[in-house]
Write a protein that binds this ligand. Structure first.
Ligand SMILES: [Fe+2]
Ligand SMILES: [Fe+2]
Length: 361
């Protein structure tokens, strides 16, 4: 959700262009009114919930892959058998990482299951992306070797949330941009899980993969922290608003946890590809505004323009184009590398429909 507000108008076009699917996306959009059913939800409320269901299904898929390798497998999340070396590397960020990975994964399952079930109860079509489970995932020890919706092995991460949430005078909703915490992650394609057992050594390579995962966790969850309040501004039914206001802050609880853990990623250079994780307590960071234990948002002078007092806020929360902004953000991070044109058409359509919902004014 780092898309600047003035870029939002072009977000849809760039997302579609990137996937090579402009016409297809538009066709699906106009031919799918049945998705909204004859139920009791307005078309806009149903569209927003359907986009959120899709986003949650995609989140679940990525978290499930992490949980198989480095979370806790139990009766709630039985798939996979764990990868000891990767789990140990991740625990260099925090000893409880496996518990947090498990809990985040379980939360995502409940998010999409709840929203889909609510859509059905209100006479709208739930979202099912199963036909797009076409990506081979990791074959490292511990993976459940299933086909996936998302690709965690070629990520390009925008870690500017690190500085955005520490900024006292800037806001992405005003078009401001922010420096990267880990510039290297924004410049190439990196695995966030071991792709095969060959990735389990040398030690600094595996640590770089674990650090990438640590930053990916926070990067995804800060996106959710912005997406829910952005879309909440355009729903009409108080119960739909209640759902969005009740799920959204759990994304923020995830984000804050991961923001804390990312700050504990050991400084390391990956000997196989040169990816550098800097010491974030040293220059150009460090000091009062950048110390790694600043895990609450710094108040900023920018909320609703620059005419009101300083306020500690989620950022961005601009509602225009928020769904397409999220789709573009997830695509740009490489999460869908290898997906089919039909997948991009479906995500584009869901985002267009959500963004067509009218705001309260
Ligand atoms: Fe979620
Ligand atoms: Fe989430």
């Amino acid at each position: 959700m780092t898309v600047k507000s003035e870029e939002r108008g072009s977000s849809r076009r760039s997302f579609i262009k990137g996937a090579g699917l402009g016409v297809l996306g538009a066709t699906v959009l106009s031919s799918a009114p049945e998705a909204f059913g004859k139920g009791s939800l307005t078309r806009g409320d149903a569209a927003i919930l359907r986009f959120l269901a899709a986003a949650e299904i995609l989140e679940t898929d990525l978290w499930q892959q992490y949980n198989e390798l480095c979370g806790i497998r139990d009766h709630e999340l039985p798939a996979g058998s764990g990868n000891q070396a990767f789990t140990t590397a991740l625990k260099n960020l925090d000893d409880d990482m496996d518990q947090y990975v498990h809990d985040n994964t379980e939360d995502e399952f409940t998010h999409f299951t709840f929203i889909n079930s609510y859509l059905k109860a209100r006479g709208a079509e739930p979202v099912n992306l199963d036909q797009f489970r076409t990506l081979p995932g990791s074959t490292a020890t511990g993976s459940a070797n299933r086909m996936r919706l998302t690709n965690l092995m070629e990520l390009t991460l925008d870690t500017s949330w690190w500085t955005r949430y520490r900024s006292r005078h800037k806001n992405p909703d005003l078009g401001d941009t922010f420096p990267q915490a880990v510039p290297g992650l924004f410049k190439g394609q990196f695995p966030a899980i071991p792709r095969t057992d060959a990735d389990l050594k040398p030690a600094n390579h595996l640590q770089a993969i674990a650090n990438t995962a640590g930053f990916h966790f926070a990067t995804v969850e800060q996106g959710g922290s912005s997406l829910y309040p952005s879309l909440a501004q355009r729903v009409t039914d108080p119960e739909v608003l209640r759902i969005i206001l009740s799920i959204g802050p759990t994304e923020t609880m995830h984000f804050q946890t991961w923001s804390d853990k990312a700050g504990d990623a050991p400084p390391v250079t990956d000997p196989t590809n040169g990816l550098v994780f800097p010491d974030l307590n040293k220059k150009p960071f460090g000091g009062t505004n950048f110390q790694t234990n600043l895990i609450m948002p710094e108040p900023t002078t920018t909320f609703l323009g620059r005419k009101f007092p300083t306020c500690s806020i989620i950022r961005p929360t601009e509602t225009r184009g928020a769904a397409m902004g999220a789709a573009k953000f997830l695509t740009a991070m490489g999460l869908f590398r290898g997906q089919s044109p039909a997948f991009f058409a479906t995500v584009t359509t869901l985002a267009q429909q959500a963004d067509a919902a009218r705001p309260h004014r």
